[in-house]
Design a protein around this ligand. Sequence first.
Ligand code: MN
Length: 361
Amino acid sequence: MKMTFRWYGKNVDPIPLKYIKQIPGVEGIVWALHDIPAGECWSVDCIEEVKMQTAKYNFNIDVVESVNVHEDIKLGLPSRKKYIENYKNTLKNLGRAGVKVVCYNFMPVFDWTRTDLYKPQSDGSTALFYEKAKVDNINPVKFLEQMSKQEGLLTMPGWEPERFSKIKELFEAYKEIKEDELWENLKYFLQEIIPAAQENGIKMAIHPDDPPWSIFGLPRIITCGDNIRKFLSLVDNPSNGLTLCSGSLGSCAKNDIAAMVREFGDRIYFAHIRNIRHFKNGDFAETSHKTSDGSLDITEIVKEYHDIGYKYYIRPDHGRHIWDEKCRPGYGLYDRSLGIMYILGLWDAFEKISASKGGTV
Ligand SMILES: [Mn+2]
């Protein structure tokens, strides 16, 4: 596996590349051109600029997270043709720059959703938190109003203010889109872009829905093992793959992440690893990566990746905010670095164990 670290870009991310360089084991930067609106083509020049910045530190830029999908594609509107054309051109330009994996998601309107970005934890840190009753009992416009008051949210990918200036129109448009229609629109998108991705040496890696259930009456479909199986068969091509996010899928207690790694391993091109703690009422909190701190068995998940001989990219996912760090919600330097050391520690131990048994698996 290759360890990576998400970075929001020069002058935007408060974490400089020279600090990331000091985290043991990091080989690549997970990046994106966050200021280019969904649906527009990424130019060769802008891509080359990131390549130059990161090359100075000897990081690869093999993984992009994300090339966002325009809402008209998810809605299946006639204008999707133009946006899909732009998407294909972006893939061409990324392939030319040596990019190997492109992460994206297919969630209508709302990207990842939490109710609290800085929920105090018992150890004095803060972390992202989801209060189920709050989302279940509020209308989306009010929810958005409340969330935009939380520091840092509207600077996060997936929560761009321009996306929400049209929130009422978007909800109106999605009235006709149930799960079946969303599957159809996803299939159409995949049939168009997967051949283009393959031609350009790129593996597409869909990120599961976060949380993996319907919110505000909007359909969500990348939510569980059955649906992932269906997704992979929509276009059965090695370039049609997954970002397996342990925390997103794992917020539904029924999802067995280690079993998913075992089943879908050869189509997982990007692994997000983080832990969360479930509460009986459906709430969940993000925790440190350590197995005993949350509800997910991170040890077992890492062991599964090790045992299948996973060759692709891993990154620690969100971290808590610790040691008074001022950072983007979930994306500080400190706790994500601890997460990396935990994952690498487990990995090294499994390597040693399998070597002592007569060779790697
Ligand atoms: Mn994730």
